[in-house]
Design a protein around this ligand. Structure first.
Ligand SMILES: Nc1ncnc2c1ncn2[C@@H]1O[C@H](COP(=O)(O)OP(=O)(O)OP(=O)(O)O)[C@@H](O)[C@H]1O
Length: 600
């Protein structure tokens, strides 16, 4: 299911992952160094304050030295102001660095996904990829921004505070540290519990995501089969498990904070007791005692922060592992070192003994599950080739291979005499237009969907293409015409209208070769005729490969291939194939009878 924790999160911090993540901060190393300096200065100034208070009391208040006291007060105010300034610079800077690094990683992940071959998308659920680009990248955010800097800052703060305490009065410092074993025990317990709970929460989130992805996608079926109540019950169950995991996490946090407070208060009590007794004996000044009270308060805060940050690091490590796992998996087809240059294609296409399977080739010598078997054919420039066959025969696969969505395992595909692998993918796809039966419309206007956001295509060209295809009438009837928003996935347009739009799109791009997967969805007779005429316009003067579902539309094709279970069973023109008493004739008669039945 989506987003399983892929690493054992009980493992500690992985140094290899940390280094790799640090690599994303390298471009901002100057700023990171500055952030370190500010955090160090802040870590030093904090413990300086109690020391100043001690001096103010012991040397000036007790001695009645007003002018000296004034100087110390001024110094204290100065320290506070500088600390506030440093804190601002540090917070802003670390977030700025972190957000930049996150931006870089997110762009890198998206670019990587974009380059993958379709084989990758067949195997990887969309929900998982979305989680990688959003949640997982976000989980690195805390670490790459404040994380590392703050952890170092806290460590330094502990060292500085301890040093100040020891310099001031080493015996009282030891008294403060006496509670450390208690503190360590509390931290260790909390860390273990929260880690367990954290893993449980992640598991529940993954279940929630997987459920939502499946059920929102399949809502039509859920509603059609009246499964709402049952699905709601299942959703409630998962949602409840998620809630319980969250509440447990909150429980441990709620227990941890007061526990830390208790330990630090115990330290305070000890300091007051031992320090108070000594003050009464006259072996300790009041200033030192007051300074120590402040140090005790300061000392436990970074310790508490560190245990929090440990959890943050854990979550970042899990996210990093998943992101790097994705980045390290590269299924992009290799681009040729010296691609064939193309200005225009002549449109000569040849499949030469092509064998193909969607699966990985077995390494144990077993025969693969071939989807295409020894497919060979040639389309001369300007010719129209139609492919027919039962569902699953391998028609779409031929298109997928011609457009290099997948790589052939045996044989060769040649366009204008060159292997398709010798072309740059961009070039090849620019010159071979593809019109699919399931027309995908992006959110945006009708115009955007025709030009696919290419501003160099003039509006007049779009209008002209729409007129030639016969789509102008319905577009102009839309409330905003070409500027009508089509909504996500084109739900506001009918099948026929979407089909026409995709024809206009193809005509505007004016490819030399056109590959067309004829729509199977039924449209009314008028739209059917419109589509038929539009197809003729689109195909005129171009080399074309048409996957035909209605045999009536391909009677004028120069060549027809009849596919059966991945093989070419028959080939010829419509008349030749009808004359032969074979598969084509059977298919034709079947469709003919169906049409006659539906007309009756
Ligand atoms: N992405 C894929 N991964 C694995 N197998 C696939 C994939 N796409 C298609 N197949 C399998 O390959 C075979 C041929 O499929 P193909 O889509 O080429 O058939 P088709 O003739 O175009 O069918 P239809 O007319 O239904 O579109 C089928 O058995 C199908 O299950």
């Amino acid at each position: 299911m989506d987003d399983k924790p892929t690493r054992d999160e009980t493992r500690g911090l992985d140094r290899r992952l940390l280094w790799r993540l640090a690599g994303y901060l390298w471009p901002y190393r100057g700023w990171v160094a500055l952030a370190f300096c500010t955090v160090m200065a802040e870590a030093f100034l904090g413990p300086l304050r109690p020391k100043l208070v001690q001096v103010a009391i012991d040397r000036h208040i007790v001695e009645g030295d007003w002018s000296g006291l004034q100087q110390i007060i001024l110094l204290l105010v100065g320290v506070l102001v500088v600390e506030a300034g440093l804190s601002f610079v540090n917070d802003y800077l670390t977030q700025w660095i972190g957000q930049r690094a996150i931006y870089d990683i997110r762009t890198k992940v998206y670019r990587h996904i974009q380059r993958q071959s379709l084989r990758f998308f067949d195997r990887t659920p969309v929900g998982r990829l979305i989680t990688r680009v959003t949640n997982d990248v976000e989980s690195l955010s805390d670490m790459l921004s404040a994380g590392v800097v703050r952890i170092l800052g806290d460590l330094f703060r502990i060292v500085f505070i301890a040093s100040f305490m020891f310099m001031l009065e080493w015996r009282l410092a030891l008294v403060t540290l006496a509670v450390m074993p208690l503190m360590m025990a509390a931290v260790a317990w909390f860390r273990r519990k929260v880690r367990e709970q954290y893993r449980e929460t992640r598991r529940q989130i993954a279940r929630l995501n997987a459920f939502l992805q499946e059920h929102i996608g399949g809502m039509k079926i859920v509603q059609l089969f009246n499964r709402e109540a049952e699905e709601l019950r299942r959703f409630r169950e998962i949602n409840d498990a998620h809630r319980q995991a969250q509440i447990k996490t909150v429980f441990y946090f709620a227990l941890f904070w007061p526990a830390v407070q208790l330990v630090s208060d115990t330290a305070l009590g000890l300091v007051l007791w031992v320090g108070g007794l000594r003050a009464l004996e006259g072996t300790l000044t009041l200033g030192v005692l007051i300074a120590f009270i402040q140090y005790v308060r300061q000392f436990f805060e970074p310790i508490r922060n560190l245990s929090d940050q440990y959890n943050m690091l854990q979550s970042a490590m899990a996210g990093a592992e998943r992101i790097f796992g994705l980045l390290d998996q590269d299924t992009a087809l290799p681009e040729p070192a010296h691609p064939v240059r193309v200005e225009r294609l002549r449109g000569h296409i040849e499949f030469r003994n092509v064998w193909f399977t969607y699966d990985e080739l077995p390494t144990d010598g077993q025969e693969p599950n071939w989807v295409l078997r020894d497919v060979s054919f040639t389309v001369e420039p300007g010719q129209h080739l139609a492919i027919v066959g039962a569902t699953g025969a391998g028609k779409t696969t031929i298109i997928n291979l011609l457009l290099c969505f997948y790589d052939v395992q045996r044989g060769q595909i040649l366009v204008d005499g060159h292997d398709v692998r010798d072309y740059a993918l961009r070039d090849l796809r620019r010159h071979i237009g593809l019109v699919l039966q399931d027309v995908f419309l992006f959110s945006g206007t009708v115009l955007d969907n025709i030009t696919l956001g290419d501003p160099s295509i003039p509006f007049e060209k779009v209008q002209e293409a729409a007129r030639l295809i016969g789509a102008d009438r319905f577009i102009e009837r839309l409330p905003n015409g070409y500027f009508q928003d089509v909504r996500e996935r084109g739900l506001t347009l009918s099948h026929g209208q979407r089909q026409l739009l995709s024809f206009v799109r193809a005509l505007v791009y004016d490819p030399e070769v056109l590959v067309l997967d004829e729509a199977t969805s039924s449209v009314d007779t008028e739209t059917e005729q419109l589509i038929q005429r539009a197809m003729e316009t689109l195909l005129r003067g171009r080399t074309a490969i048409i996957i035909a579902h209605r045999l009536s539309t391909i009677q004028h094709a120069d060549q027809i291939l009849v596919m059966h279970r991945g093989e070419i069973r028959e080939r010829g023109t419509h008349q030749e194939l009808l004359a032969r008493d074979g598969l084509y004739r059977k298919l034709y008669e079947l469709q003919f009878m169906e049409q006659a039945r539906s007309a009756a």
